[in-house]
Design a protein around this ligand. Structure first.
Ligand code: ATP
Ligand code: MN
Length: 464
């Protein structure tokens, strides 16, 4: 079947063209004059195409008047000028083929408004709603533009493993991967689980970050990025944490923390510009129904440089803010979401890059600064979302990394290949991780991270 996508009907078709469109009915209105209007959506764009079905069609009485929201059809006809003020064109149908009827009393997505909470229980159907259609298209644009940005800047796309044997950097709790029989777990003479009998001959988990592997390839190819699924078994039921999320992790050789911050800023601003340029209708929808400040915010951020401050400056700003934070700020604390939002929303009203965190709260691979008290780490904070990026310059000195691994309660021997990178032709390098769903949240104004991924995985939820 040669079908025209509805987006192309609005942009490419001429009056008088004969075309076939396929999709799902949004609404049907019957007119007294002996014809019906069908609003058809095929997912290719936000807009519906109006189909005019006259009573003289051979299946009008037998089928067309039984079409309800959700039914699927193919409509063939001529593109004509629409007399209505909602649209400039419509399809005058010469034939309509029904693929599947939709029972109006049972279909969960009737005309009534449904809450986002309820839609999560209908995650197999919610892609058909206006909101999730628009969401999916913006998410797609952000993914495509991510690849475009890095490819245009000469980064190589690298795939790091999803199953990992390194008990990584403590980025978060890990999901274990095993083929051991849980009813009959093998144990050694001391009673410990005998992982030598497990599939990989050692204990393995789902990755919490591809960074350590990414570093090894950056230190050969120069500039790389990953874009893949990441898993954290944190039992945190917040609006910005998922157990399975997608992360983009660029890594650059011959680079320091300032280069890293510049890359983060350029990348984010590229995304804001791209969404504004490529998704006007979907953005209009979110701007109208979800967050009235969305478009202004994106436009403003796309054009203004980010603010950069040190962690030490950030803490003194928080201390002097006069705000009664739930968690009282002090030098040495891990920044809480309320602090991050105060800085990026109230204080600076723009994205803020905080650098040089206390060594005690950051991972072993972050480069120790000359003060011996802070590391060359950065967090990028954006309004509404808080932390969107975590990154650092990596420790490239062999003696320092070995010491830092030990100080973190880990064994350098377990990181032998990571240390080899420092042993054989070490170079300064830096990188960061961006949580893809958090940028989708920011670019749509959606409040809950569960509503920006097709099938969210959170504690207690793995339906679909
Ligand atoms: P947070 O403090 O928000 O829990 P984090 O410090 O644990 O994040 P990193 O380990 O620095 O996060 O991970 C890099 C990025 O991945 C974060 O900046 C964030 O955008 C994203 N991220 C981290 N954890 C999650 C999660 N559970 N769900 C979705 N995105 C996440
Ligand atoms: Mn972080």
């Amino acid at each position: 079947m040669k079908r025209t996508q509805i987006k192309d009907v609005f942009t490419g078709a001429n009056y008088g063209d004969e075309i076939t469109v396929c999709g799902w009915i949004k609404t049907r209105r019957d007119s007294k004059g002996g014809f019906s209007f069908l609003e058809l959506n095929d997912g290719s764009c936000f807009k519906n195409l109006q189909i005019v079905a006259e009573a003289k069609l051979q299946n009008y009485e037998s089928e067309i008047v039984k079409l309800f929201p959700g039914a699927s059809i193919a409509a063939t006809g001529i593109v004509v000028k629409s007399p209505g003020k909602e649209q400039d064109r419509e399809l005058n149908a010469s034939s309509i083929k029904v693929f599947g009827f939709c029972e109006p009393l049972e279909y969960p997505l009737g005309k009534q408004k449904i809450s986002f909470e309820r839609l999560r229980e209908l995650a197999h159907m919610r892609a058909r709603t206006n909101t999730f259609g628009a969401l999916a298209r913006i998410r797609n644009t952000l993914a495509f533009e991510t690849h475009k940005f890095f490819q245009n800047n000469d980064f190589y796309y690298v795939n790091t493993p999803i199953i990992t044997g390194s008990d990584c950097e403590g980025a978060g709790e890990m999901f274990q991967v095993t083929t051991l029989n849980l009813d009959k777990i093998p144990r050694d003479e001391k009673g410990a689980i005998d992982y030598s009998l497990d599939f990989f001959g050692k204990k393995t988990s789902l990755t919490v970050s591809g960074q350590l592997d990414g570093e090894t390839w950056a230190c050969a190819l120069g500039k790389i990025y990953t874009f893949g699924p990441t898993f954290r078994a944190e039992n945190s039921n917040t609006r910005r944490h998922l157990a399975e999320f997608w992360m983009i992790e660029p890594e650059i050789a011959f680079a320091d923390i300032d280069d890293d911050a510049q890359l983060a800023e350029d990348y984010l601003r590229h995304l804001f510009k791209a969404v504004l340029a490529n998704c006007p209708e979907d953005l209009d929808f979110f701007n109208k129904f979800v967050d009235k400040t969305l478009k202004d915010r994106l436009a403003k951020l796309a054009d203004s440089p980010f603010k950069r401050i040190s962690y030490t400056e950030a803490v003194s700003i928080l201390e002097q803010s006069g705000v009664n934070f739930e968690f009282k700020p002090f030098w040495g604390m891990d920044m809480q979401s309320e602090h991050e939002r105060y800085l990026s929303e109230q204080k600076f009203d723009c994205p803020v890059i905080v650098t040089d965190f206390p060594v005690g709260i950051k991972a072993f691979y972050m480069r120790l600064n000359d003060d011996n008290k802070t590391v060359a780490a950065m967090d990028v904070l954006i309004p509404q979302v808080g932390e969107i990026i975590g990154g650092s310059q990596r420790e490239e000195r062999l003696d320092v990394i070995e010491r830092r691994i030990r100080e973190s309660g880990l064994e350098p021997a377990d990181y032998w290949w990571y240390c080899d990178l420092r042993k054989y032709g070490t170079v300064p390098h830096a990188g960061f991780g961006l949580g893809f769903e958090r940028i989708v949240q920011f670019c749509t104004g959606m409040h809950n991270i569960r509503d920006v991924i097709p099938f969210p995985r959170t504690p207690g939820n793995a339906e679909f």
